[in-house]
Design a protein around this ligand. Structure first.
Ligand SMILES: [Zn+2]
Length: 213
C-alpha cells in the first residue's frame, strides 16, 4: 500500500489538536503521540507510523481512528487532565465503539517488534481469549512479541487505563517498533504490519459476534 498520503496528513495544518474519523466497525485505533511533545522537559519524537497504521486501517477495514493533529501541550498518555482521552472515551460511548487499540512506537534500538502492555494480565481481565488471538496474529505474521517489556502498563494516566476506567470497554495499548513502520528504512515492514492489523480486526469481529450471539 502507498502510505505517502497518510504520512502527508501530518504536514497539513489542523485547526483542532486531534482528529477523529468515524468508521462502521465497533473498533477504534488511537495514536495519541503523532505529534512531538514534551514530557517533564524532555522532547519525545512524533510517532507518526502509529498514526499511519490507524488511518490506513480505517480506509482498509472501516475502523474508526483518532490521531493527534497538532501540538497543544497535552500528553494524552501521561497528563491526568487530557482533552484527547476525554474526547476518545466520550466518542466510544456515544458511537457504540466497543474496542480500543492505542498505538505507540518503541525506539528502534529495542530488540522486540511488538510490546503489549497487559500489566501481568490485569489490563486484559475478562478478555484473555481475545488478547491471545491478537498476540497470535503478530506471532503468525513473523513479529516478535514481548508482553510487558519494555513497558508493562501499570500507570493510571495511560489512554487505555483512562478509557477502561470510564467505559469498562476493551482497551489495549500496543507498542510497535518504529523501525518496522517507516518506508525506506532497512527494516520497514509496514505492509506486513497493516496485514496483521487487518487480521486483528477480523479476530475482534469474530469475538464480538460470539459475545452477542
Ligand atoms: Zn507513545
Amino acid at each position: 500500500m502507498d502510505c505517502k498520503k497518510y504520512f502527508g496528513f501530518f504536514d497539513e495544518e489542523h485547526p483542532e489538536p486531534y482528529v477523529i474519523k468515524s468508521g462502521t466497525l465497533p473498533i477504534i485505533i488511537s495514536a495519541p503521540h503523532t505529534y512531538r511533545h514534551f514530557r517533564e522537559g524532555r522532547v519525545k519524537e512524533a510517532e507518526r507510523g502509529a498514526g499511519v497504521i490507524a488511518m490506513a486501517l480505517g480506509d482498509m477495514k472501516s475502523t474508526h481512528w483518532m490521531v493527534k493533529a497538532r501540538e497543544d501541550g497535552d500528553d494524552p498518555n501521561y497528563s491526568a487532565d487530557s482533552p484527547y482521552k476525554k474526547a476518545l472515551a466520550a466518542y466510544m460511548t456515544e458511537n457504540g465503539v466497543r474496542y480500543l487499540i492505542d498505538l505507540h512506537e518503541l525506539a528502534p534500538s529495542r530488540p522486540t517488534d511488538v510490546n503489549p502492555l497487559i500489566n501481568g494480565g490485569k489490563n486484559i481481565k475478562g478478555n484473555e481469549d481475545l488478547y491471545g488471538e491478537i498476540k497470535n496474529v503478530f506471532i503468525n505474521g513473523g513479529f516478535t512479541v514481548t508482553e510487558d517489556f519494555p513497558y508493562a502498563g501499570k500507570t493510571d494516566n495511560r489512554v487505555t487505563a483512562y478509557v477502561n476506567r470510564k467505559t469498562g470497554l476493551f482497551s489495549l495499548q500496543l507498542e510497535l517498533n518504529s523501525r518496522l513502520l517507516y518506508p525506506g528504512g532497512e527494516h520497514c515492514r509496514l505492509d506486513d504490519m497493516l496485514k496483521a492489523f487487518g487480521n486483528i480486526v477480523g479476530a475482534i469481529m469474530r469475538h464480538d459476534m460470539k459475545k452477542d450471539g
